[in-house]
Design a protein around this ligand. Structure first.
Ligand SMILES: [Zn+2]
Length: 279
């Protein structure tokens, strides 16, 4: 099968699984799944520009994700200081792609960071404007912020819904200043595809799982290996991949947090956090 290249660069695909409204193909090389069809009659399509912000599922996910911001900001700030050893005290210039209702940017603003957003959804964009955030609905490959450069560009639960993540990250790299970093949080494709293949035989449990806000049936289901190859292929160096902060996941999260490297916890983390530096 040769539909298009995977985000890792491979063109070798195997049949993947069918779940809810989507049929997937699996990359032979990195195990990432790519959605090749969407059943348009199910009414479950994500209309990012229009109805997306009004879905209760999306609103509750945004609410829960807020608990991640302090931990993520601390990780990004520490990494920024490490990457810029001679600029102590300088605050990063941040762009959040798919910034939703703008609450991550507001949290960064409270630390005196300069903040900018990209948000395709009109309602969300208006909320950000009310908060005084500089924002556009244009996308980076379409020329958004073409004259600016950023120290940090973030994609939190966004990149797996972008049809061409390679082009997106290549453009993001151009918009970064020297030693700037792109940060990406996505559902862990290894975790979710392993779970889905087991739940196939347990329809009731499978249906419950697929209706959770964190069930990751987006365009891509990216494995840690795929994410590393994607970042390296888009020209990033010093790539780091860990489990995403898990403080909002209760006792299990706190246990996993003590061993955050993907290599040591295998498939156990439901989300992964990656960053790559512009060398
Ligand atoms: Zn791949």
């Amino acid at each position: 099968m040769n539909l298009l290249a995977c985000l890792c660069g491979s063109k070798s695909w195997a049949p993947g699984f069918q779940a809810r409204h989507s049929t997937y193909r699996r990359c032979d090389s990195c195990g990432t799944h790519f959605r090749i069809s969407v059943d348009v009659d199910k009414g479950q399509r994500e209309d990012f520009r229009d109805t997306y912000a009004r879905q209760p599922r999306v609103q509750s996910a945004a609410e829960r994700r807020r608990q991640l911001w302090p931990d993520l900001l601390e990780r990004i700030a520490n990494s920024y200081d490490e990457d810029h050893p001679n600029q102590s005290g300088r605050k990063p210039n941040l762009l959040d792609v798919g910034c939703g209702f703008g609450d991550f940017l507001v949290a960064a603003q409270k630390l005196d960071w300069m903040v900018h957003g990209i948000e395709m959804n009109q309602l969300m964009k208006e909320k950000c404007e009310e908060l005084g955030i500089e924002i556009t609905s244009n996308l980076l490959p379409q020329g958004a912020y073409a004259t600016k450069s950023f120290d940090v560009i973030t994609y939190f639960n966004v990149l797996d819904s972008i049809p061409d993540p390679v082009k997106e990250l290549e453009t993001a790299r151009k918009r970064l200043s020297k030693a700037g970093r792109a940060w990406i949080r996505v559902p862990n494709g290894s975790f979710h595809t392993a779970l889905l293949s087991r739940l196939k035989h347990l329809p009731a449990l499978g249906s419950w799982y697929l209706n959770r806000e964190w069930s990751p049936l987006n365009t891509w289901m990216i494995t840690p290996k795929g994410l590393r190859l994607l970042l390296e292929g888009a020209g990033f160096g010093s790539v780091r991949i860990t489990a995403s902060p898990l403080k909002h996941r209760g006792i299990l999260g706190r246990l996993l947090e003590k061993r955050p490297q993907i290599g040591s916890i295998g498939l156990c983390s439901s989300s992964i956090l990656a960053s790559g530096r512009k060398e």
